[in-house]
Every structure is written in C-alpha cells, then in structure tokens.
Write a protein that binds this ligand. Structure first.
Ligand code: DGL
Length: 273
C-alpha cells in the first residue's frame, strides 16, 4: 500500500487532549502535529459506546485524510470506548500501515513502578469508569492490584467554565476524593484518568492525603510515544519534522482559542474544520 509522510494526529473530544499534546511536544518538539478537538460535540463523557465510537472513527479518518500516519487518541473516554474496535476492526481495512494509539494502556503500564502497595484509584468521566477499561487493563498486567474507579462528572464542567480555582471546585474535588477513599482506604496512588483533570491539580493536591501519589498522563503518554517511535523506525521515518502544530476544532475557533490557551500555557490559533 502507498505510504505517505505526515504529521502526528492528536485527537480529543475537545480541549483535554491539549494536556497530552503539551507533554508530547515537550519531549518530541521536532515533529509536526495536527490537533483535532471535536468541541461541537463534546463532552463525550456521558455519551454511549456507539456514539463515541462513531465520532472517534470520523476523527481518525479526518486526520488520516490530512496525511497523518499515526494518530494518538488523547482522550480517555474515546480510548476506553472506541480504540480497540478501531485498531482491530477498522484499521486493517482503512490502511494497515497506519497506527492509532490511546492513553489508557501507557498509563497502566507504568503503574507497576508508581504504586507502592497495589491499591490504585482511578478518577475519570462516567463513561470511562463505566467502561471498566482501567480495571481490565490493570488486571491484565498486575493481577494482584485492587482498582477502584471514581466517576467525577462535575470536574470537566468546572474546568470548562473556568471554575477550577473557585469554591465549587473545592466542594467537588473534596467530594470525589472522599468517596474514593471511603471505597478503598488503602489506596496508595490515583490516576487522573481524564485529560481535563491536570487543570484541577492544585485542588486535588490540597485535598489528597499526603503519601498518595497523583499520576498525570501527559508526560507518561509522551514517554510511551517516544519509546514506541524508537521501537518502530518504519513509522518514525514517515513523520515530518517541521516542529509545527495545526489546531482544528469543530466549534468556533475564537471560542476554542480562549480556553485552549489555558490548557497549552501559550497562545493557540485554531481553524474551523
Ligand atoms: N477528554 C475527555 C477524557 O479524557 C474528557 C472530556 C469529555 O467528556 O469529552 O475522558
């Protein structure tokens, strides 16, 4: 099959994947990237499997049509609900030389080094937690671990309404941490299993008891991608190296740019898809 060179595609339901892109660009600034946020149809967190799968497949095809040989699904909900089907069912028919990777597996892989006692908590959207994707992946790699999921339906709206520093955030961060620790008082590590949650990190640190490790995904996914490219020179050689980022959103670009700057810690100039 004809193989083309191009940028790395990074997809998210909206803004959250920008925390992953930031981590990836810090480690791998030499490549070109296209970020696609499906803001017009976000959030995905409460949507059904079928719909998240359909939207994610559309996004992957869009990024493929723009020449990306490799796409990172930088959204836990989409990784949980769509990645496996796309990898196993769709990709062989679309173009078996391209790759689609997610964020859950790389996060789970490092838990063995990060968890001191094998009691792991996972914060995520209702969709991610209901899918039990973390529980399943953790059980495969670490059968002795105890995994407890805690849905946090209010955390994404708090971030998107710029209330991450407000009193509402205190209430809901404290509430979900307490619930998790009531469910398993032995928890030693918690995964922020949603790409928005790093924006609540100050509050999460404030209410998390000392000694419990808080695991953010940006640097972990970046290190995993770096390792993947070293092990797959046939893919690495297909990536263009201009150091650029193109931002695409399905919503109004001005609206996107405003909040995206908070996630990227720098100005963003998006175009409408
Ligand atoms: N990006 C999503 C995730 O990581 C959260 C936002 C949404 O619900 O669409 O799960």
């Amino acid at each position: 099959m004809f193989s083309i060179d191009g940028p790395i595609g990074v997809f998210d339901s909206g803004y959250g994947g920008l925390t992953i892109l930031r981590g990836i660009r810090k480690l791998l600034p030499q490549y070109d990237y296209i970020y696609l946020g499906d803001n017009a149809r976000a959030p995905y967190g409460n949507r059904s499997f079928d719909i998240v799968y359909q939207f994610t497949l559309e996004a992957v095809n869009e990024l493929f049509s723009r020449g990306c040989p490799l796409v990172i699904i930088a959204c836990n909900t989409a990784s949980a609900k769509a990645l496996r089907s796309i990898q196993q069912r769709d990709l062989p028919g679309i173009d078996p030389t391209r790759r689609v990777l997610g964020v859950i597996r790389p996060t789970v892989e490092v838990l063995g080094q990060l968890s001191s006692g094998g009691h792991v908590g996972v914060f995520g959207t209702p969709g991610t937690i209901a899918s039990q994707s973390y529980d399943i992946e953790i059980a495969k790699l670490y059968p002795d671990f105890v995994t407890t999921g805690q849905p946090c339906p209010m955390w994404v709206p708090l971030v998107e309404n710029k209330e991450a520093d407000g009193p509402g955030a205190d209430y809901f961060v404290h509430k979900y941490i307490s619930r998790l620790l009531e469910a398993d008082p032995k928890i030693d590590s918690v995964v922020l299993g949603c790409t928005h949650y790093p924006l609540l990190i100050d509050k999460i640190r404030q209410y998390m008891p000392a000694g419990i490790r808080i695991i953010e995904q940006g640097d972990i996914v970046a290190a995993s991608l770096c390792d993947y490219l070293q092990r797959h020179p046939e893919m690495e050689s297909r990536l263009t190296r201009g150091g650029t980022v193109e931002y695409l959103t399905t919503e109004n670009p001005d609206k996107f740019n405003d909040l995206a700057a908070l996630f990227m810690h720098s100005e963003v100039n998006a175009s409408r898809l």
